[in-house]
Design a protein around this ligand. Sequence first.
Ligand code: PEP
Ligand code: MG
Length: 321
Amino acid sequence: LIASLASEEEQPCKTQDGVEISLLGNVGLPVEVDQIAEHHLAGIGLFRTEFLFIDSYTRPSFDLQLEVYGEMANQLAGLPMVIRTFDLGGEKLPPFLSLDRLRNRSSLHLRGLRFSLSEKNLLDAQLRAIVHIAQTADVRILFPMVIGSHDFSLAIEAVDRAVKQLDVLRRPPVGAMIETPAALFALDEILELADFVAIGTNDLTQYMLAADRDLSAGTDDCTAMHPAVLRAIKQIVQSSQQWSRPVCVCGEEAADADFARLLVGLGIRELSLGPIRAAATRRAIRGIDCCQVTQLAELALQCRSPAEVRQLLTASFGVAP
Ligand code: PEP
Ligand code: MG
């Protein structure tokens, strides 16, 4: 059995009718980079860098970050690595920040990119380290919780500043996470500036459905299987196609086999998920016909509840094991 699982993981992630889906890994710690090759993934689609900050009593230095990102890039041996800048703020506050900040705890006070832009020195040091590594490796920068072109253009200016300060030639590709409802209404202005986008279904779902992603996890109150979220994903795919920008889904639900099939039907061709769950997703995708799931996705978009969407999927693929 182990031998057959291994050979299955080495198979290309292609639908029955030959549509290739790129499977990448979500990584939150440098040690997890080994899992990318182990599970035959195409690279890191989301490297969450919060671990460097969240428990630290000192600001992570440029040198430390250079070492961490550089070592990971070496281990990936040419595969791409999408590094997301620190997604802090709200309840996720590092101990080295001032007491003032710590008193202001609220999940929606300063979050994501808004927080990063308010901590200019911290962001600049991280960007310098990423840009430095990007001179010799396929490293890309992803900004969390982009609201629109205003905050995103300030983030891009910070990348340009890092390129200038380091006096290097290459500006790595810069992407925006689409995970706030505001970004859905600013897609064109974001896509005009972005080299790629990544859909964060964890936060997009929580903010669209007004349901806490941790407290309501695993319930129909907070699932990307909700037709409203599916319609949002469809819109992002269509707009990205119009702007010829790659789009990846990197929320955890991408690892749900039924949801992954539906994503392919919605036009998604890149998925980033927890590496250890990649085998099941690969198997699910290898079993589907892209034309068939495209028709199925059209029906799912017309459903009225997550339960109805699930029924539709169960009728086509049977009950998930
Ligand atoms: C998301 O919000 O879907 C996402 C991928 O980012 P995180 O889970 O780190 O917020
Ligand atoms: Mg998020």
